[in-house]
Design a protein. Structure first.
Length: 117
């Protein structure tokens, strides 16, 4: 994020971030993994048959890893929600940075003492 010149331009930038935040859809933490399985083909001995793809959503709940199997359509929707979560985190980080800049420019800090040397 670039440095802003004035508190007003910083506040406008913050308002733009709020607008982006409001446009986000559902958000979801976790990861989607596509899996395929290879098994011996019962109709052709000695050959492998691929099964899948299967989709799994993995996330943390109360400090424990949870894995949920998903249908292909579900996986697409969940993947979009995960991408929205990543966008949310990026926007929030920008808002934190910009908030600090705004506060530093609009509030007065502790006055420094003159040295006695």
């Amino acid at each position: 994020m670039k440095k802003h010149d004035s508190p007003n331009s910083m506040k406008r930038g913050y308002a733009r971030l709020c607008t982006r935040l409001a446009k986000l859809g559902p958000v979801l933490q976790g990861t989607i993994t596509e899996r395929t399985l290879s098994r011996d083909d019962p109709q052709h001995p000695g050959q492998q048959k691929a099964y899948g793809p299967y989709y799994q959503w993995t996330f943390k709940r109360h400090g424990k890893t949870v894995t949920v199997n998903l249908a292909p359509r579900q996986a697409k929707v969940y993947q979009r929600a995960i991408a929205q979560h990543r966008a949310l985190e990026e926007i929030i980080e920008q808002m934190r940075t910009l908030s600090l800049e705004i506060l530093e420019h609009t509030t007065q800090g502790v006055k420094k003492r003159k040295s006695r040397t």
